[in-house]
Design a protein around this ligand. Structure first.
Ligand SMILES: CC(C)=CCC/C(C)=C/CC/C(C)=C/CC/C(C)=C/COP(=O)(O)O
Length: 292
């Protein structure tokens, strides 16, 4: 009995090879006045590509109503096994599915258009060194080392408390970004050159942008805990925004990586603010640091 899963394009479900004279891609008559399509492409590998649509055999009207052609042929012939889950694809994706795919397409298109510093030969290739300088300004290492240095030099309890929380914020950021990157595993854009200053293994993935999370987290932190004149406050916000934009211009990220990074950085600051470490709720940390 020919397996319906292995049948070629347009062949009616369950029909024998000799009866499948219909041309590829054309609807084939499945019996009972109904038409059914089998896979548009024969291999499972190509089915992984979402361009391949397949009618779910187990959910087709013919199957559901018990009038599958082979089943009708006799009780000894069992209906074909349902398609494996990975071979199936709904023909009527939900509105959410369509919206997400459209967003993804716009994201890829826009990110490619904005990636004007992705290489030396790109249209804005001459600005690339400046973008890379911005990249270092938002890198985890200078921020961690800077915070540790300031902590070691701080001689007031208030200063130490703020710096201890900044250190906590930076470490929380590294942890959450690494966790999400490892779970989502979205590859960096194809036009990115992997020439970044010190990276972790998860930094081969792009969602979310660690620079974008850090930019918003650190900016919110500075704006809330440092007394700055208005022009400096504007500069801090601008730095965060331009740093995020530079990630797309360098070709390191897609727009959605940076947008989600901004959102995550904003939420991270709220977490840090909520769990604010002080000599009252985390005395051990402060005593240990004092003893050094
Ligand atoms: C110094 C202390 C207390 C701890 C060190 C913790 C640690 C593992 C630091 C690693 C810092 C590091 C290499 C961060 C990577 C930053 C980076 C390249 C992020 C990628 O950003 P993206 O915007 O391209 O996603």
């Amino acid at each position: 009995m020919p397996s319906p899963r292995r049948s070629v394009e347009g062949r009616p479900l369950g029909a024998s090879a000799s009866s499948s004279s219909s041309s590829p891609g054309s609807p084939a008559h499945g019996g009972g006045g109904r038409f059914e399509f089998q896979s548009l492409l024969s291999s499972r590998a190509t089915c992984a590509d979402l361009t391949c649509a397949r009618l779910r055999a187990s959910e087709s009207p013919v199957h559901r109503r018990g009038s599958f052609p082979l089943a009708a042929a006799g009780p000894s012939q069992a209906p074909p096994p349902p398609l494996p889950e990975e071979d199936r694809m709904d023909l009527n994706p939900s509105f959410l599915g369509i919206a997400l795919r459209s967003l993804l397409a716009i994201d890829l298109w826009l990110s490619k258009k904005l990636g004007v510093c992705a290489g030396e030969s790109s249209s804005w290739g001459s600005v690339r060194p400046l973008m890379k300088l911005l990249e270092i300004s938002g890198h985890g290492i200078p921020w961690l080392l800077g915070t540790l240095y300031c902590l070691s030099r701080s001689d007031s309890w208030a200063g130490r408390e703020v710096l201890m929380n900044l250190l906590f914020a930076l470490l929380l950021d590294l942890l959450l970004v690494a966790l999400i990157k490892g779970l989502v595993r979205r590859r960096r854009p194809a036009h990115n050159q992997m020439d970044m200053f010190v990276t972790l293994s998860v930094d081969k993935y792009s969602f979310p942008s660690g620079h974008a999370t850090r930019a918003v987290l650190v900016s919110r932190f500075i704006l809330n805990h440092l007394v700055l004149a208005i022009p400096l406050r504007v500069l801090v916000v601008l730095w965060a925004f331009v740093l995020g934009l530079s990630r797309v211009m360098l070709g390191r990220h897609n727009v959605t990586d940076v947008a989600f990074g901004f959102f995550l950085g904003y939420m991270q600051y709220s977490i840090v603010d909520y769990c604010w470490l002080s000599p009252h709720n985390a005395p051990v940390l402060f005593v240990l640091w004092n003893q050094q």
